[in-house]
Design a protein around this ligand. Structure first.
Ligand code: HEM
Length: 507
């Protein structure tokens, strides 16, 4: 009996001592660090963090713990930054030090262990891929006629669809997604989709599956060992990734088959060219593996531009329409501006941007009030360092709570009120950024790669729609909810609109 008791009690005591040691180590790790939420062994601060709107919870926790504090996600220290001073220290002043990304189960699955750009750790390979994509995007960049042509082609198709809807209430989401997907498809693969194309329908489905399951700090990302148990989210993500991979592989094979060194049609050609030139100059130091130009890297980089380029821009457009329906007076003022500057005989173009300040101010306000990436993408400290007066250990994860920055009462008057006028100067004719607490695309080393493309798309799609249609809530239906559903992006919930033509002949 005594032997049996010893056999049972000893492991319990040993486990307790191990847990206490782990907790003690965490306390040591945070000495001089930011205030920390209560943390239990193994699960860390999870009990205090249950919320389906983590950005709002993290904002509220400031009242008790200050603007910069830390939480334990399992065994990981995560620092929450809620003020622009510290945010800029992390992203700009110490941008390189904080340029790491955490590895998690879901992002590893999505990116074949970080072989993309957005979720890749800071490395020569990441820098190399970022440079190639940046170069390819510049090729189509701001002021370039080709990107404008591509976006306008999609804006026209979108307007035609709205025109055909008559007075039938329409869920704009698939239409906006198709328009934005086709722009990114043209950039990546020099191809686009027609309405109802089965490949496009498959893409819509897998994209939503990825948004719903990836990088949400789900339990499996905090405790990777949970993978051994059945997990519905993880199964869905695996299915979606498999469909995406099949599609990417198909595009890759097609491009390889008709690749020419003399023509660069799109991003995939740019990546293939870089891969071939490395293969031709293979030395012992430079190989396709060392610079990261393997097939996996190429596919994941293109997949990343897709993932980062479609959901974000579409979501901003959906928020913009939702707010315009809530604020018809804002919509009317944009239309008056469009009528004055562009008129009805031609369509808006990028060169009109400087003459449409109220529309630009509205876009800025949408990006402020509902930031699509309210927690950016987590950063990781690559060395021991500090944020303000707080010590930060190498490996600590840092989350910039953009939601707090964009809703800071000291920086923004009535931050929950939608007011494009706050981005206009005193005369009401020029644009301004009234507070430094505004970073919709992040800043510094990891700043969004698609900022200028996204701004062009949002401007052209909105101006084309509002020149031709007045958007309103269908009779008898409620106004769209402005609350948002948190995932890898903050999405509005589904809603329908009526698009009423402003002229008889609206094309
Ligand atoms: C309005 C639309 C968009 C918004 C609001 C947005 C916002 C952001 C934000 C906040 C980040 C994270 C910055 C950080 O972690 O510090 C990011 C990263 C990124 N974005 Fe965007 N984005 C948009 C559109 C796009 C588009 C159209 C593309 C591609 C064509 C794109 C490509 C990327 C990439 C590749 C990264 C990762 C950069 C890196 O980690 O080095 N984004 N974006």
């Amino acid at each position: 009996m005594a032997w049996f008791l010893c056999a049972c009690i000893f492991p319990v005591i040993a486990l307790t001592l191990l847990l206490l040691q782990a907790t003690f180590r965490n306390c040591l790790a945070t000495r001089g660090g930011p205030p920390c939420l209560p943390a239990l062994p193994i699960i860390g601060s999870l009990l205090s963090l249950r919320s389906d709107q983590p950005h709002i919870l993290f904002q509220k926790l400031q009242q008790k713990y200050g603007q910069t504090y830390s939480v334990m996600m399992g065994s990981h220290t995560v620092i929450l930054v809620n003020h622009h001073h510290h945010a800029k220290e992390v992203l700009l002043k110490k941008g390189k030090i904080f340029a790491g990304r955490p590895r998690t189960v879901t992002t590893d699955l999505l990116t074949r262990d970080g072989k993309d750009i957005a979720f890749a750790d800071y490395s020569a390979t990441w820098r190399f891929h970022r440079k190639i994509v940046h170069g390819a995007l510049c090729m189509f960049g701001e002021g370039s006629a080709s990107i404008e042509k591509i976006i306008c082609r999609e804006a026209l198709s979108l307007s035609e669809t709205l025109g055909e809807s008559g007075s039938v209430p329409l869920d704009l989401s698939p239409e906006l997604t198709r328009a934005v997907t086709n722009v990114v498809c043209s950039l990546c693969f020099n191809s686009s989709y027609r309405r109802g194309d089965p490949e496009f329908e498959a893409m819509l489905q897998y994209s939503q599956g990825i948004v719903d399951t990836v990088a949400k700090d789900s339990l499996v990302d905090i405790f990777p060992w949970l993978q051994i148990f059945p997990n519905a989210d993880l199964s869905l993500l695996k299915q979606c990734v498999a469909i995406r991979d099949k599609l990417l592989q198909k595009k890759y094979e097609e491009h390889k088959a008709d690749y020419s060194d003399h023509v660069q049609r799109d991003l995939l050609d740019a990546l293939l060219r870089a891969k071939r030139s490395t293969e031709n100059n293979n030395t012992t130091e430079i190989t396709t593996e060392t610079v990261g130009l393997t097939e996996d890297h190429l596919l994941m980089t293109v997949g990343d531009i897709f993932g980062a380029g479609v959901e974000t821009t579409t979501t901003v457009l959906k928020w913009a329409v939702a707010y315009l329906i809530h604020h018809p007076q804002v919509q009317k003022r944009i239309q008056e501006e469009l009528d004055r500057v562009v008129g009805g005989d031609r369509s808006p173009q990028l060169s009109d941007r400087g003459s449409l300040p109220y529309l630009e101010a509205t876009i800025r306000e949408v990006l402020r009030i509902r930031p699509v990436a309210p927690l950016l993408i987590p950063h990781v400290a690559q060395t021991d360092t500090s944020i303000g007066e707080f010590t930060v250990r190498k490996g600590a994860r840092v989350i910039i709570n953009l939601w707090s920055l964009h809703h800071d009462q000291k920086e923004w008057k009535n931050p929950e009120i939608f007011d494009p006028g706050r981005f206009l100067d005193e005369e009401g004719t020029g644009l301004c950024i009234p507070s430094p607490s505004y970073l919709p695309f992040g800043t510094g080393v990891r700043v969004c790669l698609g900022e200028s493309l996204a701004k062009m798309e949002i401007f052209l799609f909105l101006s084309w729609i509002l020149q031709r249609f007045t958007l309103s809530v269908p009779t008898g239906q409620p106004l769209p909810s402005l609350e948002g559903k948190f995932g890898v992006v903050l999405q509005p919930v589904k809603y329908k609109v009526n698009a009423t033509p402003r002229w008889n002949n609206n094309q």
